[in-house]
Ligand binder design. Structure first.
Ligand SMILES: Nc1ncnc2c1ncn2[C@@H]1O[C@H](COP(=O)(O)OP(=O)(O)O)[C@@H](O)[C@H]1O
Ligand SMILES: N[C@@H](CCC(=O)OP(=O)(O)O)C(=O)O
Length: 371
């Protein structure tokens, strides 16, 4: 029987397809036109069957290496940026030509983390995607590597793709890679078994996901794909993780790879931003009672349940909420400046001055995170 996640992915109307560097390049480095064309064939077939597709493509750095005479992926940011600057042009040109075979027009969208993290930018990006799709174009997205600094980088395109999937209101996310599915451990090691369905977060509890891919060209390996799949699933979007060489099958019938079910209902743009996209500037450490109240009973966080505070934040900033073991369990908007809290924490409301008897994080501004 086909799982609900798999049929949701197969019949999704608006989709985001992410492809990794290792699936677009030759062993010797540089873009592989045959593989790029095969991907475009599969995406174009999905478009012609009525879907709207946003393509998140890595490969700029990899594509820029050969023209610059560099033989291995550089480690320093400046050379990565130079390679991306050269390679992004090659990549965009290759997509424009390849989609042109189907009379499809592509639009290049290069995003920095700020475009997703800042609310005004987020809405601006939403408008751009919406208009591009309405006009029948295929948006081709990448991180704006040339200007992204270490501090503000998304870091990997798997996360970027999950964020874009929410941003455009996608019905499914496809993560296409050089491996055909999720395995219980790195498939390069003996004994790893293939996982076809992930119905809930606990299904991947025992999975060992490496952070370095086989090719050495991409970033993040399977660990970043798993994190992205969790993120999308938490946002209510089902995910198919499949081999890029199976793109035609993945995008038509979805009967390959690993299907991740959407967990829960779709978060509103604001709650998704709060929980997963915004930068957190501080941390509130909670006692066990406070964790149960905010996570289980969806209550506001009161000063009485906070044991410690760190970071330099102001009321209105986003902070992380940690359980007694130090794990981040939720995020929310602080109701106080960091400097006000040390004299309030651990005290119940009736013992606080009247003007400070309010929630530290209001329930409406608090997003429990998926495990
Ligand atoms: N549990 C796992 N399941 C599947 N692949 C894994 C796992 N752990 C590590 N890997 C490795 O992750 C690689 C995919 O990551 P990567 O090469 O960075 O992909 P991409 O370039 O598509 O983003 C696979 O080739 C595989 O060797
Ligand atoms: N933005 C970078 C890709 C970063 C990245 O996540 O790569 P990958 O792991 O191959 O998806 C580039 O275009 O080279």
């Amino acid at each position: 029987m086909v799982s609900p996640a798999r049929s949701a992915v197969a019949s999704a109307n608006r989709i985001v397809v992410k492809v990794g560097s290792s699936s677009l390049t030759t062993a010797a480095g540089g873009l592989d036109p045959t593989r790029l064309d095969a991907l475009v064939d599969a995406v174009s077939a999905r478009v012609s069957s009525g879907s709207q597709v946003v393509l998140v493509s890595s490969g700029a750095i990899a594509a820029g290496l050969a023209p610059l005479g560099i033989s291995r992926r550089p480690r320093d940011l400046a050379t990565q940026q130079a390679a991306a600057s050269v390679g992004q042009l090659t990549l965009a040109h290759a997509y424009a030509n390849s989609f042109g075979r189907y009379s499809l027009t592509v639009g290049q969208v290069l995003l920095t983390a700020d475009d997703v993290v800042r609310r005004a930018h987020y809405r601006n990006a939403q408008r751009t995607f919406s208009r591009l799709l309405a006009l029948g174009a295929v948006p081709v997205v990448n991180e704006n590597d040339t200007v992204a600094t270490e501090e503000i980088r998304f870091g990997d395109n798997d996360r970027l793709a999950a964020l874009v999937a929410h941003l455009v209101g996608a019905d499914a996310l496809f993560l296409l890679s050089d491996v055909d599915a999720l395995y219980s451990g790195d498939p390069r090691q003996p004994g790893a078994t293939r996982i076809a369905e992930v119905a809930s977060a606990s299904d991947v509890d025992g999975v060992r996901a490496g952070s370095v891919g086989a090719s050495g060209l991409g970033t993040g390996g399977m660990a970043s794909k798993l994190a992205a799949a969790r993120l999308a699933s938490a946002a209510g979007i089902p995910v198919l993780l499949a081999g890029a060489s199976d793109a035609a099958q993945a995008l038509s019938t979805a009967d390959c790879g690993t299907a991740f079910a959407a967990g829960g209902s779709r978060l509103t743009a604001r709650r998704f931003w709060l929980g997963y996209a915004a930068d957190a500037t501080g941390r509130l450490h909670l006692d066990a009672g406070a964790v149960a109240a905010v996570m289980g009973r969806r209550r506001s966080l009161l000063a009485a349940g906070i044991t410690d505070v760190d970071g330099d934040f102001e009321a209105g900033d986003v902070v992380e909420l940690l359980d007694p073991s130090g794990a981040v369990v939720a995020r929310g908007v602080a109701g106080f400046d960091a400097t006000e809290l040390p004299s309030l924490i651990g005290r119940s409301s009736q013992h606080l001055p009247e003007d400070q008897r309010r929630e530290v994080v209001h329930a409406d501004d608090l997003v429990p995170l998926a495990r």
